[in-house]
Design a binder for this molecule. Structure first.
Ligand code: NAP
Length: 257
């Protein structure tokens, strides 16, 4: 079960954290993985790890905020791989702030990566899937797409938009054999979280790490591999009856508080 031989997959932001774990897991299941990253070097490391484990992958430099570049990249990959079977929209950035202290520039930056970046890649990816007869899309949203936590005005808004876009694509392509689901991770221990703590709580990092770990009812942060396992499932043919689903991987954060 859950094998992906013969499938092509694109994972955005796969040079780090959750995206890297997803790229490694999809390749381990047999997919050919295209690693799309703004950071070339980080993408190369992911590709190196996949190949060292016997998998197949290529790195492509891509800024998901650049509409024209994204469409060109997807067209090229679609032609190189004979279409697209799996797309994981993972690239994203963090931001802390409420309505009072979030600047217009902050809001625009978060929206442009987290929301418009997903729009751009859906635009590029869905047309490849239509050409090759269907596929599975996994959008990495967040628990904050459906619940409030303090000081995530722009970030939560962007992830709520990702979830709404997930429903929309799932609905519009029900009869094209394109499934579109969202994973709602709770707090996952990645460079994203370490960077967030270092930037926002420089004087009490250990205390914040403990506090953020204990926030999850299960008592710890998640691991990138735990999100990757859900992504593998949703990409696989075993998930063929699942579309338009918000899929929490959150240590009980949403429903067992
Ligand atoms: P991460 O370690 O920071 O990885 C994100 C990757 O996306 C980085 O390699 C980053 O490159 C890349 N990226 C940023 N902007 C990009 C752009 N414009 N184009 C292409 N790539 C870009 O973050 P993570 O923790 O793995 O998070 C991955 C996703 O999960 C994000 O969408 C995040 O919102 C979501 N998420 C994370 C958590 C968590 O607790 N970690 C919880 C819920 C949801 P640079 O490093 O060069 O910027």
């Amino acid at each position: 079960m859950f094998r992906l031989e013969g499938k092509s997959a694109v994972v955005t932001g796969a040079g780090s954290g959750i995206g890297r774990a997803i790229a490694l897991a999809l390749a381990k299941q047999g997919a050919f993985v295209d690693v799309l990253e703004i950071d070339d070097e980080a993408a190369g490391v992911t590709v190196g790890q996949i190949r060292a484990a016997g998998g197949q992958a290529e790195a492509t430099a891509c800024d998901v905020t650049d509409h024209g570049q994204v469409l060109d990249v997807f067209d090229q990959l679609g032609s190189d791989r004979g279409g697209l079977d799996c797309l994981v929209n993972n690239a994203g950035i963090a931001h802390v702030g409420n309505i009072t202290d979030t600047s217009e520039a902050d809001f625009d930056r978060v929206m442009s990566v987290n929301l418009k970046g997903v729009f751009n890649c859906l635009k590029g990816g869905v047309r490849q899937m239509l050409n090759s007869g269907g596929g599975s899309i996994v959008n990495i949203a967040s628990t904050v797409a459906t619940m409030a936590i303090h000081d995530r005005l722009a970030y939560g808004t962007s992830k709520g938009g990702v979830l709404a876009m997930t429903y929309s694509v799932a609905k519009d392509h029900l009869h094209d054999d394109i499934r579109c689901n969202a994973i709602l991770p709770g707090r996952i221990h990645t460079p994203f979280v370490d960077g967030f703590i270092a930037k926002n709580y420089p004087d009490n990092q250990a205390e914040m790490f403990k506090k953020l770990s204990e926030y999850q009812p299960i008592g710890r942060m998640g691991k990138p591999e735990e999100v990757a396992a859900a992504a593998v499932f949703l990409c696989s043919d075993e998930a063929s009856f699942i579309t338009g689903a918000p899929f929490p991987v959150d240590g009980g954060t949403l429903y067992v508080r």
